[in-house]
Design a protein around this ligand. Structure first.
Ligand SMILES: C[S@@+](CC[C@H](N)C(=O)[O-])C[C@H]1O[C@@H](n2cnc3c(N)ncnc32)[C@H](O)[C@@H]1O
Length: 366
């Protein structure tokens, strides 16, 4: 059975856990170290831990770091429910004190009562410092928006669950269809989702995902120097998506601004091929302290503008120049899959959607 923590919160361009499981089986043994410098929703880290491998990662996006971190090192159910009770009690005492966001979007997106509760959680959850609060935040991120006409466990007016649509577009869409936000009891939804996510035992090992630029991986994990046996990762694709813009409502919940901001992380959507390869090279250089002779690197990557052969050569070259103290060799020509559900097309007209993804495997040889 799929571990319920895997799907705590969806994320754009996530890869499936069986992809990671296959690499673990092929290239590692129990107790080995696995690393993902672009962790996203934490599939590599969590699947590794489930399979008895040690795991760590980085991601520059707070949503990704919160979700990945919550999966990598989860608190006990008891501590989580106790904290939720305390948060609810403090909300009852202060219910009219937290200022609500002023924009029209929030009035349409959340029922007034739900918005008060969400705002209270946003103000009081210390997700960067407390692992209990990080876990509650990750569960809340997974419920914050989605297809509320299909599930009672979603707090918003109707929206996709994977990405948050832009404010103006959303309000227009809701108005045109006469859709109003459902009244939800946020604390009841969270309690029920926490119990559901924690019904399975967590992995015996715990991992760590830091909110960091991949370029700083070695500095972020000095104790992992030359310890990593396997890297399974998927960097942002060329000219495909902007994770900050796509996750703007979740970023707001984690303390960010009340509106989407594009271009905040320049590495999310490189449009210039030369800059893109430089970025990857810098990222590998940041990871280099963690690798050793024999480390395998599995990279899932896409992008319609770059033919497969060029991608394969580009990734190899970026690895060779990034891992300066080693030689790197490609183990095969790459496996290709077609992406059927291309949400970028629907929500981001004008950018190229990655129609195919390729999996490349490399080995650090000396
Ligand atoms: C394709 S997604 C990874 C998805 C992941 N494999 C999963 O299953 O969820 C790429 C990730 O790279 C992150 N990212 C972009 N630039 C970064 C950087 N400079 N350092 C670290 N992470 C970065 C994005 O925030 C995004 O989460």
């Amino acid at each position: 059975m799929r571990h319920p923590l895997h799907s705590i919160c969806p994320y754009f361009a996530m890869f499936p856990e069986d992809f990671v499981a296959k690499q673990l089986l092929a290239f590692t043994r129990r107790g080995d170290w696995v690393f993902d410098p672009f962790s996203g929703r934490g599939t590599t880290v969590f699947e590794s831990l489930i399979n008895g491998r040690n795991a760590a990662g980085t991601d520059i996006n707070p949503v990704a770091a919160c979700i990945s971190g919550a999966k990598a090192d989860s608190p006990t159910l008891r501590n989580t429910l106790t904290r939720l009770d305390a948060l609810e009690a403090s909300y009852v005492e202060t219910r009219n004190c937290s200022p609500r966001p002023a924009s029209e979007f929030f009035k349409w997106c959340f029922h007034e009562k739900t918005l008060g509760e969400v705002q209270h959680l946003r103000t009081n959850l210390d997700w960067r410092k407390s692992k209990v609060d990080r876990f509650i935040s990750a569960v809340a991120l997974g419920c914050l928006h989605g297809e509320s006409h299909k599930t009672p466990n979603c707090l918003s007016n109707r929206m996709p669950r994977t990405i948050s649509t832009k404010p103006e577009y959303s309000v227009k869409w809701w108005k045109a269809r006469g859709l109003s936000a459902p009244e939800r009891s946020t604390f009841a939804v969270l309690r029920s989702m926490v119990k559901f996510r924690m019904q399975e035992r967590p992995p015996e090992l715990s991992g760590d995902v830091k909110l960091r630029d991949a370029r700083l991986s070695g500095k972020a994990f000095p104790s992992l120097k030359e310890k990593v046996s396997l890297i399974v990762t998927s960097p942002p694709y060329l000219d495909t998506t902007d994770y900050n813009e796509d996750q703007w409502l979740r970023l707001w919940f984690l303390g960010g601004p009340e509106l989407p901001i594009s271009g905040k992380n320049r590495d999310d959507r490189h449009t210039n091929l030369g800059d893109y390869w430089s970025f990857l090279q810098e990222a590998w250089a940041g990871v280099e302290p963690l690798v050793k002779r024999g480390t395998h690197v599995v990279v899932r990557i896409g992008g319609t503008r770059i033919p497969k052969q060029d991608l394969s050569e580009g990734v190899l070259q970026s690895l060779q120049s990034g891992f300066q103290g080693y030689r790197v060799k490609a183990l095969h020509a790459g496996a290709t899959t077609e992406i059927r559900n291309r949400q970028t097309n629907v929500f981001r007209p004008g950018t190229s959607a990655a129609r195919f993804e390729h999996d490349f495997t490399f080995k650090v040889v000396g």
